[in-house]
Ligand binder design. Sequence first.
Ligand code: FES
Length: 280
Amino acid sequence: MTFELPGCAASCPYLPGRAGALEFPIGQVRRVAQVPKGGSDDVDETRRNVLKLAGVGAIILAGGGLGAASIQYVQPPTVGLTSYPKTQLIDADGKPLTVKGVEAEYNVGTNDLFLFNYPLRNEPNFLLNLAPINGQKPTASNPGMWNAPGGVGTNGSIVAFSAICQHLGCPAPAIAYYPPGTCPNTFSTPSSSAQPFYIHCSCHGSTYDPANAANNLTGPAVLPLPQVTLVTDADGNIFATSLTGPPVNGHLDSLQGDYGVGSTSQLSRESPVQACSTFP
Ligand code: FES
């Protein structure tokens, strides 16, 4: 599937050679601005439901039968939460995710993506450990990040961000974490003059800094990725307790648009789509 995106240069949308790898997974968020060429198979269900219900309401009104009992059917259905839940993260083996487990299993150099949904079922997030590969303090030759904003763990290196791009909503694995050495690109950031790790979206090239609250390093996105607030308990178990930053892309409010994940959310491990040749 290809898309016409208003305001994009001819080379901006999906390139033919990698279109297949960048399809939206079924069920993921889609933006109303994305119009499929020559068809309308990408239906906005919420809008259609609202129109249907408005039609029912009009019939009731025309019949003069408007009463308190019928008003409820004019309201569009809403699905979501009223507040952020405290959700315990569970590792891929079904055990509680702990600081010790994360620090033993991965670090700034880990290529695979660790994803969990929070606070809604259709809101995936990256869980990253930005600690250097050798566990030592980060330096220019030993890249990584201690005491990252919002970081938890032994040295504040464990962070989590929305895995839905703030430009037009491409989800992971099209938006992915790039460990040091994956691509030749480096970025000047508040933490480093040549930071070699970042989150990058291969759909149109937005890049984000995981060491600094996922702020933008390159557009076209202009907003940071929402950050998951993580906390730990005395045993080192890791919990998600809220989101900060802008709403998750495709949601007017990060708490509205699907059912909540509940009291636990299990991580999945995915291989990223990494496209060095297209950016910045
Ligand atoms: S969706 Fe366009 S850069 Fe990510």
